[in-house]
Design a protein. Structure first.
Ligand code: IDP
Ligand code: MG
Length: 149
């Protein structure tokens, strides 16, 4: 089962879209295993976005992610990485497919509502960066057999 770190970023929180994002992931069939609402520290922001260090948008990206609280979650499911990024839509909202979160709620790449891990390896890495093992819940749902083949 793959894991993905999902963030509702400061713009999504300020715009009241936490429930919308959670609702879409729930309806997709993904299973929530961890969640917390927090103000991101400079250190966590820099570690999370280390891969983008040196890029022109990096300073703005760090300022954006620490500017207000975020909703951080770990979701799991078969093919969770690809499925969740598909539900989020393309990074640049004007390239996101209709029906995706970034299409339906965003216009600018620097205000694109969500983060989702981009590979199974990064899903595990990011989940471990944001959550302690005891903050994640291993559970099964009664409807799992109707969603997981
Ligand atoms: P992703 O969030 O879809 O994985 P990445 O390429 O990993 O996209 O970029 C991380 C985040 O950095 C994006 O979600 C977006 O908020 C921001 N970002 C990426 N490219 C740009 C840009 O060209 N200008 C401003 N912000 C950007
Ligand atoms: Mg990324």
């Amino acid at each position: 089962m793959e894991h993905s770190l999902v963030l509702v970023k400061p713009d999504g929180v300020q715009r009241g879209l936490v429930g919308e994002v959670i609702s879409r992931l729930e309806r997709r069939g993904l299973r929530l295993v961890g969640a917390k609402f927090l103000q991101v520290s400079q250190a966590l922001a820099e570690e999370h976005y280390a891969v983008h260090k040196g890029k022109s948008f990096y300073p703005g990206l760090i300022a954006y992610i620490i500017s207000a609280p975020v909703m951080a979650m770990v979701w799991e499911g078969p093919n969770a990485i690809v499925a969740i990024r598909q539900t989020m839509g393309a990074t640049r909202p004007w390239e996101a497919a209709p029906g995706t979160i970034r299409h339906d709620f965003a216009l600018e790449v620097g205000r694109n509502i969500t983060h989702a891990s981009d590979s199974p390896e990064n899903g595990e890495k990011e989940a471990a960066l944001w959550f302690k093992p005891e903050e994640m819940v291993s559970w099964s749902r009664d409807i799992d057999k109707w969603i997981f083949e």
